[in-house]
Design a protein around this ligand. Structure first.
Ligand code: AMP
Length: 186
């Protein structure tokens, strides 16, 4: 099962990615977590992306393609994965297709966690991550609208889009995500 999770920052897709990973016994891969770990560890990648991540802007597509390719090459991702926070631009979606083509793999679904804008802003501020200042939260929403929302149409055209109502309890959203997956994989 190869799934990507789409949704605004604060939609709860990170939480849902973790629950889904447990349910399907495949890794949840969060590019945001990977970048934050690189920053904390002070690697060369971390030093390069630190300011970008702190500002709410996007790291460039070529860097992200390398990060994701390296991660998907690891053996634990061979039987499936859940991508949380990637792709975030149309070019990243094409890069992902390229990586999967090389591995002779295909996406099974793009789950869209839908939550009203007021609620995502409230949740983003409530989770209180240290990079979640009000300006950065607002900027991330803008970046999502401008750069990531076009992916909704892209995956709809491919017949992979599965919208889920994310404005419910964590457990209810989890059940909705499971029912949105293609039948054979549940
Ligand atoms: P997240 O934890 O998914 O909200 O990601 C935190 C930050 O990491 C984002 O605001 C971006 O600066 C960076 N980031 C994570 N994933 C990507 C991506 N796919 N493309 C570009 N930047 C990313």
């Amino acid at each position: 099962m190869r799934v990507i999770l789409l949704g605004a920052p604060g939609s709860g897709k990170g939480t849902q990615a973790a629950l889904l990973a447990d349910a399907l016994r495949i890794p949840a891969i969060s590019t945001g977590d990977m970048l934050r770990e690189a920053v904390d560890a002070g690697t060369s990648l971390g030093r390069r992306v630190e300011e970008i991540v702190a500002s709410g802007e996007l790291v460039d597509d070529a860097t992200m393609a390398k990060v994701v390719r390296t991660r998907l090459d690891r053996s634990d991702a061979a039987s499936g994965f859940i991508l949380d926070g990637y792709p975030r631009t149309l070019d990243q979606a094409r890069d992902l297709e390229g990586v999967l083509d090389e591995l002779d793999e295909q996406l099974d679904a793009a789950i869209l966690v839908e939550v009203p804008i007021d609620e995502v802003v409230r949740r983003s501020i409530a989770r209180g991550r240290e990079d979640d200042t009000e300006d950065v939260v607002r900027r991330r929403q803008e970046v999502y609208r401008e750069q990531t929302e076009p992916l909704i149409g892209y995956y709809r055209k491919l017949g992979l889009l599965r919208p889920v109502d994310g404005d419910q309890s964590i457990e209810q959203v989890h059940r909705a995500v499971l029912s949105a997956l293609p039948m054979e994989s549940r």
